[in-house]
Structures are given as C-alpha cells and as structure tokens.
Design a protein around this ligand. Structure first.
Ligand code: C2G
Length: 446
C-alpha cells in the first residue's frame, strides 16, 4: 500500500509527527509532499517561518518519510496520485471533507488532528502561539477555521459563558480543551481572541492583560474611548500585545489602497465616503441596547477605519443622523459626517438597510474607487479626468480575511512589538472616540 500526505511542516511539532506516524501505519511506503512558498502563497497560507529546504529537512529528520516531494501547484494532488501509484491519501481532520473529491482516484483517510501542539510544561518553548477563544458564536467559529491558514499558531481552548456551548465548540473544532472558567482558559494559553458581545470586551481584555496574556479583541474593542485608552495603557505597562480585530486593516488590498491614496497620486484628499450596510442576521444582540447593539457599534469600525487611515485624527466637527424605528431600542441606519481642516468624510452604516457598499476617496487630481464590498478589498481603481491614465489594482483577499489579523497579531508577538503601522493604537483610539460621540450625540429621526 502506497500512502501520500501533504503539508507545510513549518516549525515541526508533535502534531506533524503524529500525523506522519499514523499515515505511515496505513501502508508500507509513505510519500510526504512539502508545499513550496509559492503554493502556500497561492492557497492563502500566511506566516510560514522556515524555508522550503528547512521544512523538507524537518520531514526527513523525522525518519518517517520513505520519499519526500514538493507540492507546487493547485491540482497537483490528482497528478501525484496517478504518477506515484498511490493507494491512500491521508490528511489531518482539520481538512475533513475538503479532499473527498480525491476518492475518485484513491482512498481518502482523514486522521484525527492532534489537539494542542505544545508541551504542557509551564514554559511554552515550541515556538507556536497558543490562542484561547473567548465566546463561541459565529465569528469565533470562522476564526478557528481561518487560523488553520496561519502557520505558527494553534487554537487550544475555548471559554464561553455557557459551558455546554464551549464543550460543543471544542469538540467541533478538535480543540484541546473547553474551560469552565475564564481563569482556567488563561492558565493554559499565551493569548486570547475575544469574540463576545461588545459590552463584555473590556473586562475580559483587562483580566487577560493583567495576567500577561496577549489580546486580539473583536471590534469595537470597547464603546468608550476611556476604556480603550485604559486597556492600551495596561497592555503597554504589562508588555503584551493588544490589537483590535478590524480585519480590513490587515488585508493586502486595503493597505495598498491607503498607500496609493496617500502617495499623492490623486492629489490632496478632499473627501472620503464609505458605506457598510447589511440585512440583519436575526441575531437579537445586534438590536439589543443593553448589549451595545445598533448599526454604529456593529459596523462603523470599517468605514471609520478607512476615514482615519486616510484623513487622520484631527477632525474638527462631527455630526451624526440616525434612524431609530419607534419600536426599536437602537438606531439601525446612520450617517456620521466629519469635518477635517481641508477635507470632509462620511460614514454610513445600516442594519436591515441595504445600500451600495463602496468607498470613494476624492482628490484634487483624481479619485479612488473601491467597489463593494470595499472592506474585503480585492480590487480598486485610481481614476482621472483623462481616462487613459486610469489604473486598476488587483489583490488577493483570502477566505474570510480573519487570517490577516491572526497573522499580524502573531508576528507582533514574535517580534516583541506593541504597535503596527497597519492599525496603530492611536488609530483604534480615534475610531473609538468617533463611535462614542456618534452614538451619544446622534440626531435621531424615525
Ligand atoms: N496536523 C495535525 N495536528 C495538528 C496540526 C497539523 O494532525 N495539531 C496535520 C495537518 O492536518 C496536516 C499536516 O499535519 O495533515 C500538516 O499540517 P500543516 O503543515 O499545517 O500543512 P497544511 O496547511 O495542513 O497542508 O496541500 C497542503 C495540504 O492541503 C495541507
């Protein structure tokens, strides 16, 4: 029986070793295919630390592979199976179902992935960042799925207000543990991702930071600038990373759009108009005032990110109009208008209202147009009076985009840095200040 398996095998750990051991047991000849940098880039795998040569050496040194080949392109698996006369394709259960199509060519076996890859000793020396998830809702589920595309991180545990929910979440995602208490989660991880309702972020973040645990916190990090300031101060004093998870900020296309706009190619920026609306998901929390619901708290982080990145913090005036239905506790459609010394900006958000979700940056020489959904920036155009000068820019935005924030968070920790130019602490604070005043000072219509 000839067996084949594929992987990056970066920072070779127990999970990799156990996978190879079990794959080898399935037959008598094991071929291990190691991904090239280009292929990892094409399939959206981020933060691979070691070179291809080193990763091949990892596999060879394990003594488990009878043959090592490289994986260079999409569709290669089918060719390999035929070329090498493969009987069994084996892969970890984090890919469950994804390779069923190979059943037409050989037997497909999903081997249970190893839960938790680091030692249980006090010091974590594996080089893998252990992440605990706080909250077990939709976004937390997507976060775990996306984390498989970031090398050097492992989601090890989960805590949720209801223990049964946490246990189910841990089982669904093959996590090492579900914790009955928040402190229990903090005991066994290096960092947490907070994905609970907004009004609970502050307390969870504070308790983690006080324990020296790095924090990636869903947006909006808090609903008051004072709370956000206090958290950043605490994080800096405790030398831990605190990053607000506004995924757009970390995606390659958005960063490039900001760079092009600020490079002067469209002249001086005079206005930024950004819209983010969505039809409600039926999640009652979004419309619950006591849980910080409303279109501004739910969605304004994105348009305000674009505005803050492009125009900075020195706005001189802010006016907000919000629609609140008679029977609603919260506003569900808003426009936040900002005045800057030489520019104006407008952010529109809507829950249960649908508008074109585009972004337009107007300048004295031309403008930038990012079509909907601009917050998942894959494409934008710089447009000019003379249309022959127009330029189109294409980027990748892989999966749900959460992998970009996970990659940045883990590389900040690795580099020992607190602040990233992709989303500075000061920019998070500006966004928090605008959200706070927009929510409190809005002129309501109904
Ligand atoms: N693995 C595991 N347990 C872990 C981590 C990884 O069993 N805790 C398994 C993965 O499921 C995979 C192998 O180890 O089968 C290699 O993992 P990676 O190096 O992360 O590579 P991956 O991105 O899973 O590549 O074509 C490439 C393949 O599709 C998968």
């Amino acid at each position: 029986m000839r067996v084949i398996t594929y992987g990056t095998f970066d920072l070779f750990h127990d999970g990799h070793r156990r996978l190879l051991e079990r794959a080898k047991e399935l037959g008598d000849h094991l071929i291990v295919a190691v991904t090239t940098e280009n292929f990892d880039d094409a399939r959206g795998k981020l933060n691979v630390q070691q070179s291809l040569m080193d990763r091949i050496a990892n596999v060879q040194d394990s003594g488990l592979a009878d043959e090592v080949i490289i994986e260079e392109y999409e569709g290669q698996k089918i060719n390999d199976i035929q070329k090498y006369g493969i009987d069994i394709f084996a892969i970890g259960s984090d890919w469950l179902g994804k390779f069923d199509y190979l059943n037409d060519y050989c037997k497909v076996v999903y081997l249970e992935r190893t839960k938790g890859v680091s030692s249980t000793e006090l010091r974590n020396e594996s080089g893998i960042l252990r992440i605990g998830v706080v909250g077990a809702g939709r976004i937390a589920n997507r976060f775990v799925d996306e984390s498989h595309f970031v090398s050097g991180v492992d989601i090890e545990g989960v805590f949720s207000r209801t223990y049964d929910t946490a246990r189910e979440f841990a089982a669904n995602h093959d996590l090492k543990f579900a914790s009955q208490t928040y402190e229990g989660l903090l005991d066994d991880v290096d960092s947490v991702y907070i994905a609970t309702p907004h009004h609970t972020h502050y307390d969870y973040a504070k308790r983690a930071i006080e324990r020296g645990i790095h924090v990636l916190c869903e947006k909006p990090m808090t609903l008051s600038v004072h709370e956000s300031e206090a958290l950043f101060k605490l994080a800096n004093d405790n030398k831990v990373v605190l990053l607000e998870a506004i995924k757009t900020a970390f995606s390659p296309g958005f960063q490039r759009m900001v760079a092009v706009a600020r490079s002067g190619s469209i002249g001086d920026i005079r206005s930024v108009d950004a819209t983010f609306t969505k039809l409600t998901s039926g999640d009652l929390r979004e419309l619950d005032e006591s849980q910080g619901g409303g279109s501004i708290s739910e969605l304004a982080s994105y348009p305000l990110l674009a505005i803050t990145k492009l125009l900075g913090a020195n706005y001189t005036d802010i006016r907000t109009s919000s629609f609140r239905a008679k029977d609603s506790e919260v506003e569900t459609f808003s426009r936040i208008d900002l005045t800057y010394p030489h520019a104006i900006a407008s952010a529109r958000t809507g829950l249960g209202v649908k508008a074109e979700g585009d972004l337009v940056v107007a300048g004295t020489k031309g403008y930038i147009y990012v079509p909907a959904p601009w917050w998942k920036t894959e494409y934008f155009e710089a447009r000019f009076e003379d249309q022959t000068n127009n330029k189109k820019f294409y980027y990748k935005f892989d999966g749900e985009g959460l992998r970009y924030e996970i990659a940045e968070f883990s590389s900040l920790i690795r580099r020992g840095e607190a602040d990233t130019f992709k989303l500075r602490q000061s920019e998070s604070l500006t966004i928090a200040a605008i959200i706070e005043s927009a929510r409190s000072d809005a002129k309501i219509f109904n």
